[in-house]
Design a protein around this ligand. Structure first.
Ligand code: NDP
Length: 247
C-alpha cells in the first residue's frame, strides 16, 4: 500500500466530485478530500446517507460540501449536461472527479446471466460513467491541474469465472481510462484507475458473504493512494492502473 502523506491543505481551492459518495470507499474518499481542503460534490442515490456525509464534512470544519442526488441507472445526457452547467455556474471550476459508484450485479455462470443484471451493471459502470465523463471533460480540461480517477477491479485486468458482467464492465473502465489518458497526454489533465482490492464494504460482503470482514482492509486504509492521485503530487502519473493493495 502506498505510503503517502500530504499536508492538510493539499487540495485547497480544488473542487472535486465523488460518485457513490454515500457509502463504502466513495464515502471515505469524500471525507478524505474534504479534510485536505477540497470542496467536495457528493453524488449518489441515497440522499439520507449523502446528508450524513455532508454533516460529517461540516463537523470537521472542512469546506462546505454539496449534494448531487442522482440515480445513474435512469440518468440521461440531459442530466449530465445540466450537472456540468450547474457546477460551472455555482463553483466556476472542477478540478477532480473520482468515478467510484459501481454495481456488482449477480455472480453467476456466464450462460445464466440475466438481461436485467447485465443491463444494470453495464448502464451504471460503463454507460453512465462514459456519459458523465463526457459532460464533465470540458470543465476538467479547463482546470490547470485536473484529475480523473476511474475505479477498476482485479477482475477488470484478468477475467474470473462467474464475475461476467462486472468483470466485462471493469475491462471497459480500464479501456476508457487508457483512451482518455492518451488523448490528454499533452494537457494538464491526468487520467488513471485505482483497483481498490478486497475492501470492507457492502459490495464486498455481497460478493463474499462467507468472508470475515475483519480480515479486510478498510476504505480508510486505501486513502493515501486516493489522495495522491487526486492531488498535485501525481502530475507525472497518467494512464496507469494502480492496485491500492499490491500483492
Ligand atoms: P458500495 O456498495 O459500498 O458503494 C457503492 C456506491 O456506489 C454507493 O455510494 C452507491 O450509492 C453508489 N451507486 C451504486 N449504484 C448507483 C447508482 N445507480 N447511481 C448512483 N450511485 C450509485 O461499494 P464499494 O465502496 O465497495 O465500491 C466502490 C467502487 O470500488 C466500485 O466501483 C466497486 O466496483 C469498486 N471495487 C470495490 C472493491 C471492494 O472490495 N469493496 C474491490 C474492487 C473494486 P447509494 O448508496 O446512494 O445507492
Amino acid at each position: 500500500m502506498l505510503d503517502y502523506q500530504a499536508s492538510k491543505d493539499i487540495l485547497k481551492n480544488r473542487v472535486v466530485l465523488v460518485t457513490g459518495a454515500s457509502a463504502g470507499i466513495g464515502r471515505e474518499a469524500a471525507l478524505c478530500y474534504a479534510a485536505h481542503g477540497a470542496t467536495v460534490l457528493l453524488l449518489g442515490r441515497n440522499v439520507k446517507n449523502l446528508e450524513a456525509v455532508y454533516d460529517d464534512i461540516a463537523a470537521i470544519g472542512a469546506p462546505q460540501a454539496a449534494i448531487i442526488p442522482l440515480d445513474m441507472l435512469g440518468a440521461t445526457d440531459q442530466h449530465y449536461r445540466d450537472m456540468a452547467l450547474t457546477i460551472e455556474n455555482q463553483f466556476g471550476r472542477l478540478d477532480g472527479v473520482l468515478m467510484n459508484a459501481g454495481e456488482l450485479g449477480t455472480l453467476t455462470p456466464f450462460e445464466q446471466t440475466d438481461d436485467d443484471s447485465w443491463d444494470k451493471v453495464m448502464k451504471i459502470n460503463v454507460d453512465a460513467t462514459f456519459r458523465m465523463t463526457r459532460a464533465l471533460l470540458p470543465l476538467l480540461k479547463a482546470s490547470e491541474d485536473g484529475r480523473l480517477i476511474f475505479t477498476s477491479s482485479g477482475v477488470g485486468k484478468k477475467g474470473r469465472a462467474y464475475w461476467g458482467a462486472y468483470a466485462v464492465s471493469k475491462f471497459a473502465t480500464e479501456g476508457m481510462m487508457q483512451v482518455l489518458a492518451d488523448e490528454n497526454s499533452k494537457g494538464p489533465l491526468r487520467v488513471n484507475c485505482i483497483n481498490p482490492g478486497g475492501t470492507r464494504t457492502a459490495m464486498r460482503a455481497k460478493a463474499f458473504p462467507a468472508e470475515d470482514p475483519m480480515t479486510l482492509k478498510t476504505p480508510a486504509d486505501l486513502m493515501p493512494l486516493y489522495l495522491y492521485l487526486m492531488g498535485p503530487d501525481s502530475k507525472s502519473v497518467n494512464g496507469q492502473s494502480i492496485d491500492a493493495q499490491p500483492k
